[in-house]
Ligand binder design. Structure first.
Ligand SMILES: Cc1cc2nc3c(=O)[nH]c(=O)nc-3n(C[C@H](O)[C@H](O)[C@H](O)COP(=O)(O)O)c2cc1C
Length: 347
């Protein structure tokens, strides 16, 4: 019954503007109209990521719950961990609408939101009020008009650090002009130092773009190693547009979903040969097989977003349960045992 309702709901949502549909999906979550099986777990799925205990390794990627208004229902949707945000120091409206496009034939999306959010104070207040649940991280961003973007990351970290289980330095969004320049070696080292100085005991994750060259990936790994980053999330959305069919393929912004799977998995596998920092694999996951492939390519945990637009939240528990079956099939006693066991295929 729930699955049928979800199908009808998704069909309806796909008839309206994607950003309005997203708003309705968040409302439905807040009203308890979405599947809430609780975190899926098993001895095989239980794992740790940068010291955090996860009931399963399937997480919600940043950008779905930008303002942290649906943490409680998302905690019960089957995910092993969730990431909210991005939060910037000051509230900001983001780019003009329309700024989110469905590429249905490609099982993909293009967004150019540009960090629309209610700002770190409002978001941190919600994080501080949240009850028990799966680990929750905050994606850190910089204001568009800031004169010192690197300092913005440290500002959000300072305010939020005692209310989150991890915080992610996101220098990989393509929708804030010049933000990605902060991935360069010297700029990234300085930015991370600033964030590490104020992090208290909160683990700092770093999220990177899929469009980095192998040399740039190596630079990022070097800087992350020396800075003491606790995990690297690979990857954000791509500026690439290869092989798309949908009429929206020419829209500016970051592409996510199925067409990002291979590219992001290659970056993940490459990174896993350059660092022992735990990795989180993101990009194009829509099935248990995809999640398993990312784990075997080097990810200790995974995240997803775009597939939810097409499959609904019930896919989360399907992916986690399916992953448990795949691990069992191949004789792995735990997720951790499978990490990186097939990275060669992606190098
Ligand atoms: C509408 C939308 C908004 C996003 N906002 C953020 C964001 O604020 N911060 C961030 O690090 N990533 C953001 N992302 C990127 C996702 O977290 C994820 O890295 C990317 O979409 C690839 O995963 P997917 O193919 O499962 O969607 C956003 C993605 C989408 C589709």
């Amino acid at each position: 019954m729930t699955a049928l309702l979800e199908r009808l709901g998704l069909a309806g949502l796909h008839k309206i503007d994607p950003e309005a549909a997203h708003g309705l999906a968040i409302r439905a979550l807040q009203m308890g109209l979405t599947p809430t099986p609780g975190p899926v777990t098993s001895p095989r799925l239980k794992t740790t990521l940068a010291g955090l205990d996860l009931p399963n390794p399937v997480g919600l990627a940043a950008g779905f719950d930008k303002n942290a208004t649906a943490i409680a229902p998302l905690s019960r949707a089957g995910f092993g961990f969730i990431e909210v945000g991005a939060a910037t120091p000051l509230p900001q409206p983001g780019n003009p609408k329309p700024r989110l496009f469905r590429l249905t034939e490609d099982r993909a999306a293009i967004n150019r939101f540009g960090f629309n959010n209610e700002g770190m104070e409002a978001i941190t207040a919600r994080l501080a009020r949240r009850g028990a649940g799966v680990p929750v991280g905050l994606n850190l961003g910089a204001n568009k008009t800031s004169t010192d973007r690197a300092a913005d990351f440290a500002k959000v970290m300072t305010v939020a650090r005692d209310h989150v289980d991890f915080a992610t330095v996101n220098v990989s969004s393509p929708n804030t002009e010049k933000l990605r320049d902060l991935q360069g070696k010297a700029a990234l080292a300085a930015l991370l130092d600033g964030v590490m100085d104020v992090r208290g005991a909160t683990p700092v994750f770093l999220k990177i773009a899929p469009d980095l060259t192998p040399d740039e990936i190596e630079d990022v790994a070097d800087v992350a190693n020396s800075a003491g980053v606790a995990a690297i999330i690979a990857t954000n959305t791509t500026l690439g547009r290869g092989g798309l069919k949908s009429s929206h393929k020419g829209e500016a912004g970051g592409l996510s979903g199925a067409p990002l799977f291979d590219k992001s998995t290659r970056v993940l596998a490459r990174l896993s040969t350059m660092t022992d920092i735990p990795l989180v694999g993101v990009g194009g996951i829509a099935t248990a097989e995809h999640a398993y492939a990312k784990i075997r390519a080097g990810a200790s945990a995974v995240q997803l977003y775009t597939a939810l637009v097409y499959g609904g939240l019930s896919m989360v528990s399907d992916i986690a349960t399916g992953l448990d079956g795949l691990l069992a099939r191949d004789g792995f006693a735990t997720v951790a045992d499978a990490v990186g066991t097939n990275k060669e295929d992606w190098l």
